[in-house]
Design a protein around this ligand. Structure first.
Ligand SMILES: Nc1nc2c(c(=O)[nH]1)N[C@H]1C(S)=C(S)[C@@H](COP(=O)(O)OP(=O)(O)OC[C@H]3O[C@@H](n4cnc5c(=O)[nH]c(N)nc54)[C@H](O)[C@@H]3O)O[C@H]1N2
Ligand SMILES: Nc1nc2c(c(=O)[nH]1)N[C@H]1C(S)=C(S)[C@@H](COP(=O)(O)OP(=O)(O)OC[C@H]3O[C@@H](n4cnc5c(=O)[nH]c(N)nc54)[C@H](O)[C@@H]3O)O[C@H]1N2
Ligand code: SF4
Ligand SMILES: [Mo]
Length: 881
């Protein structure tokens, strides 16, 4: 199957829930060429910058190749016998409540199915939760309250048939770029209106008709007002409402709600409500700005209420649309991988469901109550209630709120197992047992995307070393625990068939998730499985749900919920006057274990940052490129300040991606409070109260190197470049011996040095040279270092002339930070072309430089540069004088 010149294999991108199809061609040297699959219904050939860079992230550097017990390499027999005996021992001595699994929406359905069966059916505990608790739990709870099941009613085609698309708490342009591109493409032909509801300005706002910059957490008040306006404007659908309970109570709550708490003007609110009301075909897309909130479930129901009341659901071009984050967030919900679910959308607390599943599995023990949800699971690990914990495909020491307490809990737990593809994560470093997992492109299985489309991930590369697929590791552990028959799987197709057969039970209870039509699929048909949307049963094939007004509550009706607007968990006050919002950037994936390996992805935003409003920056005395220290009762962080009116005064925005491996002082979940939604248990990751102050180091530094560095500074952030690495540094104690510090940093004790120092100004510039080539360079100053970073990043490995100037010679171009990751086009190159070529539009820039013409992920950024073009600034200045 591997080797150069072989045919392309269809697979699915391992990143976001868009679920794009990819075509993979191994290059024969361990790498892959990747392009978009023109026949996949999610992307029709398009890919974003992350998907296109997949081939650059597959190297073996950093891969975990063998099992480890207490840091020593061992074999599978020793490692898995230990895992099996410690889990059985814990259950025997302390009961099933003493063990737990913490999983991930990035696991394949087959992995997830085996884990859920092992924990719920055989170890007899419901202590199995996943990072979906941090991600989709509020949507799951909201869907169940309204529909009786966790059903996404619509399909991606609705995005192309809608006349109005509302993005609520979703930065689709960066987080689901291909869906965003699909919307923008139809917008050109159809004139679809686009509204963004987000407390900060994002790339998704660039092409929007309206941006409602509401106060954090106030979405319920806005949608309550919409419901009132729909009612008063006569826009309710009386026929459809005969299938819906709860209109009266929902309206009463909506009338009692006050939209003023959104901080939006009445004219903004009225304009939004009237646009929504007069547009029949409206899709409301929502994501983490809705889910990650102490009122997340109510926010979801406030949105669903408006769609149910108008019957705008399940029909072409309309409906509420929760976009899933991870590639298999939806699959995890299907297998029932959360602590309060059973399997195939059946209910843990429903006796007939439980008995049916128990009989199907031949399970010795089944819990009848929900287990511990993520936050409580780690608390139990920390206080000794949990004796054995297995973490698979997620990095909770970085991504959980109160991350320091979570790290301490993982460390304190008697026995922790981590399955990962690398040992270099903050979580893996705390494990007793480390198990090497096969990575994407090395394993087979299925994932389900945001619109219920099941797609195959396929193996085209051999797993390195002793690495094995997650389902295989779990099934082997199950056999070693004594359940040989139940876990005798030899291939993922067997697991898929069992899962599909079990879903038939769900169908027989009248539930939505039924793929029993695939229960007898042959190995060959599983290998060839084309993307298809569930349900796949005798009575239903794909399509939308709920146009017929049939829901999954016992009475067959939907429910509107009375919802009240509650502010985020803690109020801003004198001690903690700022509200910390956190989220994603375009070119990194979560804790960066894969995307940070691709230099072009790190080129977009190479350093973590905190966005702060100019007014607040002034009050704190923070200058551009200065450093900020943020603190909450749970921890502190140091971050580069980006002064911008994109955020509101009193708000801060910090990306979630940096870790102990890449920028320890920017591991932002240390600060985030573990306040959770009372219904879903989902943490409020977007509204922690914090204090902020200027952080004034004695020196700032910038370094480039062809080899990895070992920074010991108080502040550092490291990123990949095409020639090696770059790092930002800062330290509190003054740097008396820059040369000695540089030799330590770069581990180059013998290299020749070129050095320029100005002791009075406290400036040092030095390069370490071997064989006439720059190996590394360090620039330090008492102020943020002003050098051309993108130019210097290209130097290691090249001749040493002129390096100490820190800038390109006049005849050499300085590209600036990467904007277009596909063609490596920098911001300065684009600005230069705009200025000198008179370019007026994103298409002009594409025609001149190719930038933005491939995946399109950077088109909003190019639009931003065009908006800043110098002649416009000049014109505006002229106008104001
Ligand atoms: N590039 C990239 N893409 C990704 C990922 C990634 O790591 N990198 N991760 C994937 C995953 S797992 C997920 S879950 C998705 C997340 O996708 P998104 O939810 O789109 O991403 P976020 O940046 O977490 O948050 C979205 C927005 O919510 C806003 N927000 C904060 N508070 C509020 C509020 O009270 N109300 C409203 N209306 N908005 C608010 C934030 O300002 C932010 O712009 O992205 C997926 N795609
Ligand atoms: N403050 C704040 N915190 C957040 C969020 C936020 O918006 N704000 N968002 C939350 C959300 S929505 C999410 S989804 C989480 C994401 O957070 P995490 O799930 O913790 O982040 P990842 O980096 O995706 O972790 C995946 C891990 O799996 C490993 N891995 C990769 N491939 C494989 C494989 O095939 N098998 C195995 N076994 N391991 C593999 C990777 O190396 C990595 O260590 O973060 C949450 N935390
Ligand atoms: S939008 Fe990008 S990250 Fe998401 S699935 Fe498609 S290619 Fe992958
Ligand atoms: Mo997520």
């Amino acid at each position: 199957m591997t080797g150069a010149g072989c045919k392309e294999t269809r697979s699915t991108c391992p990143y976001c829930g868009t679920g794009c199809g990819v075509l993979l061609r191994p290059d024969g040297m361990g790498g892959l060429a990747v392009r978009g699959d023109p026949n996949h219904p999610a992307n029709r050939g398009r890919l974003c910058s992350k998907g296109l860079a997949l081939g650059e992230t597959l190297g073996l550097e950093g891969r975990l190749l063998a099992p480890q017990v207490n840091g020593c390499e061992t074999d599978w027999d020793i490692a898995l016998d230990l895992v099996a005996s410690r889990f059985r021992q814990a259950v025997d001595r302390h009961g099933p409540g003493s063990v737990g699994f913490y999983l991930s929406g990035q696991m394949l359905t087959e992995d997830y199915y085996v884990a859920n069966k092992l924990m719920k059916g055989f170890l007899g505990s419901a202590n199995i939760d996943t990072n979906s608790r941090l991600c989709m739990a509020s949507t799951v709870a909201g869907h169940k309250r309204a529909f009786g099941t966790d059903t996404v009613p619509g399909t991606y085609e609705d995005l192309e048939e809608a006349d109005l698309i509302v993005l609520v708490g979703s930065n689709l342009a960066w987080c689901h770029p291909v869906l965003h591109q699909r919307i923008l493409a139809t917008r050109e032909s159809r004139g679809t209106k686009l509204v963004v509801i987000d407390p900060r300005r994002t790339a998704s706002c660039d092409q929007a008709d309206m941006h409602l910059k509401l106060r954090a957490g106030s979405d319920v008040a806005l949608f309550n007002r919409l419901l009132v306006d729909l009612y008063e404007g006569g826009a309710l659908d009386a026929d459809y409402l005969s299938n819906v309970n709860g209109l009266g109570e929902a309206l009463e709550a909506a009338f009692a709600s006050d939209a003023a708490v959104t901080g939006l003007s009445d004219s903004e609110i009225t304009a939004f409500c009237s646009l929504w009301m007069r547009t029949e075909k409206v899709v409301t897309i929502f994501s983490q700005g809705v889910n990650q909130s102490t009122s997340g479930t109510d926010k979801v129901n406030a949105i669903l209420n408006c769609h149910l009341a108008t019957g705008r659901i399940g029909k072409p071009g309309c409906g509420p649309f929760s976009v899933t984050g991870q590639p298999n967030a939806m699959g995890g919900r299907e297998v029932g991988g959360l602590a309060n679910m059973l399997a195939c959308h059946m209910d843990l607390e429903n006796k007939s469901h439980r008995t049916a599943v128990q009989e199907f599995w031949g399970a010795p023990a089944m819990p009848d109550r929900a287990g511990l949800k993520a936050v409580d699971l780690f608390r139990a690990a920390g206080d000794g209630r949990l004796k054995a914990l297995w973490i698979i495909h997620t990095n909770p020491a970085v991504s959980m709120p109160e991350a320091d307490a979570v790290s301490a809990a993982i460390k304190a737990c008697d026995f922790t197992v981590v399955s990962d593809i690398t040992a270099a994560t903050d979580t893996a470093r705390l494990a007793d047992v480390l198990l090497p997992a096969a990575a994407w492109a090395e394993k087979d299985g299925t994932v389900t995307n945001s619109d219920r489309t099941i797609s195959r991930q396929r193996a085209v590369l051999p797993p390195p070393g002793q690495a094995r697929a997650d389902w295989d590791i779990l099934a082997d552990a199950g056999r070693r625990m004594g359940w040989g028959e139940a876990f005798g799987y030899q291939a993922p197709a067997e697991i898929f068939r069992e899962h599909a057969a079990l879903s038939g039970l769900s169908g027989s209870f009248g539930l939505d998730f039924d793929i029993s039509g695939l229960a007898a699929i042959s190995g060959q048909d599983y290998d060839d499985l084309p993307p298809q949307r569930w349900p796949v049963s005798r009575s239903r094939l794909g399509g939308r749900f709920f146009a017929d007004g049939q829901f999954f509550h016992p009475d067959g009706k939907a429910r509107m919920l009375p919802v009240r607007c509650c502010p985020p968990a803690a109020a801003q006050g004198r001690r903690y006057p700022f509200r910390l919002n956190t989220g994603r950037i375009r070119d990194q994936w979560h804790t960066m274990t894969r995307t940070a390996l691709a230099p072009r992805l790190s080129g977009h935003l190479a350093e973590p940052f905190a966005d702060i409003h100019p007014q607040d920056a002034r009050t704190l005395g923070v200058k551009p490129a200065g450093l900020l220290r943020l603190s909450s009762p749970h921890g502190q962080a140091i971050l580069r300040a980006r002064i911008t009116a994109d955020v509101q005064p009193g708000d801060l925005f910090v990306p979630i991606h940096w870790t102990g491996e890449t920028a320890p002082s920017a591991r932002i979940d240390r600060l985030v409070a573990a306040a959770v939604d009372p219904v879903s248990g989902q943490p409020e990751s977007k509204a922690t109260v914090v204090a902020a102050e200027r952080w004034q180091p004695a020196w700032y530094g910038f370094a480039v190197s062809s080899l990895p560095m070992t920074p010991l500074a108080d502040y550092w952030a490291m990123a990949r470049t095409k020639t090696g690495y770059r790092a930002e540094l800062a330290g509190l104690a003054s740097l008396a011996e820059p040369e000695a510090a540089a030799r330590d940093l770069f581990a180059l004790p013998e290299a020749e040095v070129q050095i320029m120092t100005d002791r009075c100004k406290g400036i040092a510039r030095l390069a370490l040279i071997q064989d006439g080539k720059v190996m590394a360079a360090l620039f330090t100053a008492p102020e943020p270092v002003a050098v051309s970073r993108d130019y210097l990043a290209g130097l290691p490995g090249i001749g040493a002339a002129g390096v100490l100037t820190g800038r390109p010679a006049a005849d050499q171009p300085d590209p600036g930070p990467v904007v277009c990751a596909c063609f490596s086009v920098g911001a300065k190159t684009i600005l230069h072309a705009i200025e000198n070529g008179g370019l007026m539009s994103v298409s002009d820039v594409g025609a001149a430089l190719q930038a933005g013409t491939n995946c399109g992920s950077c088109r909003p950024d190019i639009a931003d540069l065009l908006a800043r073009r110098p002649f416009r600034q000049a014109a505006e200045k002229d106008g104001s004088e």
